[in-house]
Design a protein around this ligand. Structure first.
Ligand code: DX5
Ligand code: ZN
Length: 241
C-alpha cells in the first residue's frame, strides 16, 4: 500500500493539499489573465503567486495593487503577493486591501523584519519572509517563531524563466530540519526554475508550496501542467509500506 510520508501538519488555512502548487502569473498571458487562472484552478492549483517588482529592489517592474484587486474578483484561490520592493511597509496595507491573503517580504529589503512580519499579520494576512540565493537561512533564525511561511528563492529575483540553482535546496533542508527539531509552524515555499524534472527533489527537501511560472504557463495547457506537477510532487513523498 502507498501512504504519504509523515510530514509536519499545519493549521487550517493551508491544508488543502499536502504539497500546493502556486502558479506565478508573471509567465501568464496578461491579455487573458482570468482565463489563465481558471485553467490552473482546474488543474488543482490552490494558490496564485503574484510577483510585485519595483525596478529598484530588483531590475524589473511588474504589477501593483490594482491588478491584485482585479484578480481578487476573478478567483477565490489564495493570492500570494511576493513583494520584491524596497521599503515594503509602505505598501503592505494596500496589497492586503486589494485582496492579498499571503504577503511575503525580502529579508534583504527589511531594516526591521520582525516589525514588518508582525505588521503583515496585524493586517490579517499570512506573513512570509523571503531569502535570496546568497542570503543564509541563519538570517531568519530570530523570526522563525513569528513567520507563517518562508520563501526560499531558487533563482535571483527579477525575472521568470531562469535556471534553478540546486544548492538552494541545502537551505530548504536546514529550514525543514529546524522546523522539525523545534516544532515551528512555518511552511516552506520555493520560487524559481521549478518544473516537472526537479519538483520531486524539491518536495523531498521539505517544500510545501511550489511556485511555478514558465513550467505552467509556457505550455500548451496550463491545467495539465499543474496536474503533472502535483502528481510528481505527491508521488515523490509517497512511501512504500
Ligand atoms: C522571480 C519570481 C518568480 C518567477 C518564477 O523573481 O519571483 O515567481 O515568476 O518563474 P519561473 O517558474 O519561470 O522561474
Ligand atoms: Zn515570486
Amino acid at each position: 500500500m502507498l501512504q504519504s510520508a509523515q510530514r509536519n501538519e499545519y493549521p487550517g488555512e493551508f491544508l488543502r493539499y499536502r504539497v500546493e502548487i502556486a502558479p506565478s502569473v508573471l509567465a501568464a498571458d496578461f491579455g487573458r489573465l482570468a482565463d489563465q487562472i481558471r485553467a490552473v484552478e482546474r488543474g488543482g492549483a490552490s494558490i496564485i503567486h503574484l510577483d510585485v517588482m519595483d525596478g529598484h529592489f530588483v531590475p524589473n517592474i511588474t504589477i501593483g495593487p490594482p491588478v491584485v484587486a482585479a484578480l481578487r474578483k476573478a478567483t477565490s484561490l489564495r493570492l500570494d503577493c511576493h513583494l520584491m520592493i524596497s521599503d515594503p511597509d509602505r505598501y503592505i496595507e494596500d496589497f492586503r486591501r486589494a485582496g492579498a491573503d499571503m504577503i511575503s517580504v525580502h529579508q534583504e529589503a527589511c531594516m526591521h523584519l520582525d516589525r514588518t512580519l508582525a505588521y503583515i499579520r496585524s493586517c490579517g494576512a499570512l506573513a512570509g519572509a523571503v531569502i535570496n540565493p546568497a542570503t543564509p537561512a541563519e538570517t531568519l533564525r530570530e523570526v522563525l517563531e513569528c513567520v507563517d511561511y518562508i520563501l526560499v528563492m531558487s533563482v535571483n529575483p527579477g525575472f521568470g524563466g531562469q535556471e534553478f540553482i540546486p544548492r538552494t535546496l541545502e537551505k530548504v533542508r536546514r529550514l525543514a530540519r529546524w522546523r522539525e527539531e523545534h516544532g515551528y509552524a512555518y511552511r516552506l515555499e520555493i520560487d524559481g526554475g521549478v518544473d516537472a524534472s526537479n519538483i520531486a527533489e524539491v518536495v523531498r527537501a521539505g517544500i510545501d508550496m511550489v511556485v511555478a511560472g514558465s513550467s505552467v504557463f509556457h505550455t500548451q495547457d496550463p491545467a495539465v501542467a499543474v496536474e503533472l506537477l502535483l502528481q510528481r510532487a505527491e508521488s515523490a513523498i509517497m512511501i512504500q509500506i
